[in-house]
Design a protein around this ligand. Sequence first.
Ligand SMILES: Nc1nc2c(ncn2[C@@H]2O[C@H](COP(=O)(O)OP(=O)(O)OP(=O)(O)O)[C@@H](O)[C@H]2O)c(=O)[nH]1
Ligand SMILES: [Mg+2]
Length: 614
Amino acid sequence: MANLIGTAGHVDHGKTTLIQALTGIDTDRLPEEKKRGLTIDIGFAYLDLPEVGRASIVDVPGHERFLTNMLVGALGVDVALLCVAADESVMPQTIEHFQILELLPVQRMVVALTRADLVDEELAEIATEEVKELLEPTRFKDSPIIAVSALKKTGLDELKQELAAALKAGATTSEGPWYLPVDRVFTIKGHGVVITGTLAQGTVTEGDRAVLMPEGLDVRVRSVQSHDEPTKASERGKRTALNLSGVKAESVHRGQAVGAPSVLFATEVLDARVRWIDQVKHGARVRVSIGADEAIAKAFLNDDDPELLQLRFERPVAVAKDQPLIVRRYSPPDLLAGGRVVVPEAAHRRKSVKVATVDDSLGEADAIVQAIGASKEGVHTDDLCRTLGKTPQALGSTFEALKKEGKLHGFAGLWLTPDLYAETTQRLLAALSDLHEKEPSKLLQPREDAVAKASLKWKGKPLDRIVTQLASESRLRAQGTNIALAGFKVRFSDKQKAMLDRVAAALDEAEVSVPSAQEIATGLHVPVQAVEEIIRVGVAAGEIVRVQDGIHYTATKFEEIVSKVRSQFAGRQFTASEFKEGMGTTRKYAIPLMEYLDSKAVTKRMGDKRVVLD
Ligand SMILES: Nc1nc2c(ncn2[C@@H]2O[C@H](COP(=O)(O)OP(=O)(O)OP(=O)(O)O)[C@@H](O)[C@H]2O)c(=O)[nH]1
Ligand SMILES: [Mg+2]
């Protein structure tokens, strides 16, 4: 069942007078409205209807100058009460308001042919025909048209019956976390700030924590009122007043929205799905009415999908997924399009980029899997939440459940489906294999090089985790930020091999007190550059260990040194000079070697002594 009735229609067509005749409530409350006999801002009333209960009514201004205010009212409406004066029939704002209602998710319409006492039957007939013509090509074509006179009190009961029937038939759900666009703010002495609006989604309950957007202020709902009466909770479609704590009146104004912590976004870029009345040029400035706000944005189109409209605002706006919106030209403010938000916090995109939007008929878990599966290399939690219009808190448990079921792999906030993981890691390893092929004498490759070569953009923590995972699957070896395929063995050219053997022999011969590159070069009668080069190759291949410049050991010799240190100093503390003597070397070698062993966690320094670690 729907809750909210909203008036619509040309200026002076008897909307406010009709609501007063129906409810006894004068919705024109501003002194200026009373003085001019004209509605300027939205007004509110309520009506008790058989089998329906209490329904909320929002009365809107008909004058074109106040269309922005009309939109504030119209954006929450379930059932429209289109008022057409029998003596004037269809006029410009009748048409404009009707078009707006058509673009919005308004469920039903009831037409009141007002001021019926001013016309004879023939004129009433003409007006009825003109209204029918307006309705005919639209989903509202079967809407009832009731002649009424607020003055003579005729047709009112019939109108009430039709409104009750429309409310009963208009299906709306209260699903999802609640939010409420703020259309009025006032303070009550001793109680603080009160905001009013039409609850757009969900159920708000006394004591709820909430966030005021787009500023992101934390507030609490101290109490709830609906239809001027206190209540514990209010639901979708109802005119609702909330007494907020945690915020000052100066910080609250029309256009903001307040909602449960997970539902609203403070956004500057959104994607909407719209129907066009008149399409604008790519990049044109437009006015966007959303919630109770109107904000200026630039409109960006999409080549692939004419209904997809990206709006880039000039300031942050409070937005929820699926929220209805209306787009008008910047100047003159003609109606352009209407629709709903599909991605509340969208990424900038080019006109030519095809956009994959999530199938709305899917459940949340399936939508997540689909969105991730459709990506190239996984999706970060934040980006996915933006796409789905949900906050990370709201989706946290769904992610965890999907991970448990094996439908998703998570790597520090980056999510991949098993298929995507298989495909992308395969690509990464293939790229690594290419790098090995190019430098067969080098054991390890920087992982960033392999990632870039595989045309992936992984980095940081998610990349750490993926590498760790691949290592645990024995598909690669990792050392710091360098990686190698698990089965990769370095290969040298014959020339390299021969040179490496000679250098290795020269190093091993000297035991711990190894010669420098220059000394080796002199001994071997080769240029020093050749020795330096082969040492570099040997280090990259893992055949030579570099302790510091000028101090290198072969990998085998280094292992021997480590075993010797372990056996000789096991279970006791030792000093640098004991180490030096034990190793049969000089200070020049002992100090760098000890520091290197510390860094490899073979030994540990404690004051001026060391111990061997297990
Ligand atoms: N004779 C007659 N006059 C009516 C009736 N209903 C409204 N009027 C007159 O029509 C004029 C406009 O009425 P409103 O109710 O203010 O019209 P409105 O549609 O709310 O106007 P805006 O809010 O400014 O768009 C007033 O002078 C009313 O007295 C009616 O049933 N019979
Ligand atoms: Mg009025």
